[in-house]
Write a protein that binds this ligand. Structure first.
Ligand code: UDP
Length: 380
């Protein structure tokens, strides 16, 4: 590998995930400046990374199912130049006590769970009654918010156990907005997202990131840790750092809390294991939160290998060396995050999911990267 000649570049992007790759693309093609992208891991694409499983030919998502979805047409107009989506629309099922239900909770979930045959209006009245039994007027946390939306029995069956497994804490300790990521419906719409644009990249995420990073002004270096090279960096470089903010400042105020997941991937000698891409397991006694089956993300392809790839997801706290997924963001995290954010190192911009310590969907990450480029980089 050639030694890096930093003086050839005006910009250094640390991290080849979505935020870093979009920013690099903008710098290269809009500003015409040379940009070096370094990535600690051995692949581009961050946690969106996907690859073709050599045994089955199935496109597998390395860090669990990633479905692109958005209602932001400006963001879509930008990213569609690099990402052609297939026609997959995300639907999730939930297994609870050996029965399968629609998730998010909709009219089918309600009727199946209660053994009723309510129409939307009757279900509305029924749910209002269930919700009023709990008597929550101003929900203060995830549990209260969820019960104020679906009532206690549905909360206990579909939300409490799953949330405890995912976050490792009582839902009363969690912010209400986590649960408002999910819609609740009084009709039979079983789609997971309300967004009009949805799908999985036809050629996989690897191709999307290769395309984003393909400009001649961009150089990508994998297996390169910023902290190993930072002493060699010339003062003129403008740095866009997309790694964890606490790591950047050497954990001087303490480590921020993250959740990560262990993914147990298996090839099964069956054409179809579970009949859908994602099956949630909402009981606390089942140790995983969900099973992914990647072949279903590409309904346009018909694998004939007679085998399928599945992946069980086990959430856990992120320890050093783990890949952080979800910011815990408890009261202590908020306090120390404020301290980290109050520092603004010279010539360095900190952004992205890890840098901003936020639970960002892919489209929000792209939107933020585009906005950041326009407001902070375009004129420098
Ligand atoms: N959730 C739940 N039961 C489910 C699915 C989700 O209780 O079957 C809750 C859980 O607290 C989770 C939140 O809804 O953290 C948001 O779910 P989402 O699917 O958006 O999480 P992600 O796909 O980002 O892991």
């Amino acid at each position: 590998m050639n030694a890096l000649n930093f003086k050839d570049y005006k910009f250094l992007v640390v991290g080849a995930g979505l935020f870093g790759s979009v920013v690099a693309e903008r710098i290269a093609s809009e500003k015409g400046d040379r940009v070096l992208v370094i990535e600690r891991r051995d692949h581009i694409g961050g946690n969106c990374s996907s690859f073709i499983d050599p045994t089955t030919g199935i496109e597998c998502h390395k860090f669990g199912t990633h479905v692109f979805h958005t209602d932001n047409m400006d963001t879509w107009e930008y990213i569609r130049r690099f990402m052609a989506l297939n026609n997959y629309r995300h639907r999730v099922l939930a297994k609870y006590k050996n029965a399968v239900y629609h998730m998010p909770i909709n009219l089918s979930t309600i009727n199946r769970f209660y053994g009723t045959d309510l129409d939307p209006a009757a279900a509305g009245e029924f749910m209002a009654n269930e919700i009023s039994k709990a008597g929550i007027s101003r929900p203060q946390n995830l549990e209260e918010k969820a019960i104020s939306l679906v009532g206690r029995p549905l909360y206990e069956a579909f939300i409490h156990g799953y949330t405890v497994k995912q976050w490792g804490t009582d839902p009363r300790n969690l912010p209400a907005d986590i649960i408002t990521r999910l819609p609740f419906r009084l009709n039979y719409n079983s789609e997971y997202y309300d967004d009009p644009i949805q799908g999985v990249p036809k050629e996989g995420y690897e191709a999307v990131f290769r395309s984003l990073l393909s400009h001649k002004n961009i150089t990508v270096r994998l297996n390169t840790d910023y902290f190993d090279i930072k002493k060699d960096l010339p003062a003129h470089l403008i740095i866009i750092y997309t790694g964890p903010i606490d790591r950047f400042l050497d954990y001087k105020y303490g480590a921020l809390g993250w959740r990560t997941v262990d993914l147990d991937v298996k090839t099964i000698e069956k054409e179809d294991f579970q009949g859908t891409a994602v099956m949630n397991y909402t009981e606390k006694s089942v140790p995983y939160t969900r099973i992914h089956e990647f072949r279903h993300l590409h309904p346009e392809k018909f694998p004939t290998a007679g085998a399928t790839v599945i992946c069980r997801e086990y959430p856990k706290p992120a320890y050093p060396g783990d890949e952080p997924y979800y910011p815990v963001n408890d009261a202590n995290d908020k306090k120390i995050l404020e301290k980290y954010r109050s520092e603004s190192p010279k010539n360095v911009h900190i952004g992205g999911r890890l840098g901003s310590y936020r639970y960002l969907d892919m489209d929000d990450t792209i939107t933020e990267a585009l906005h950041f480029f326009e407001t902070s980089l375009k004129s420098v």
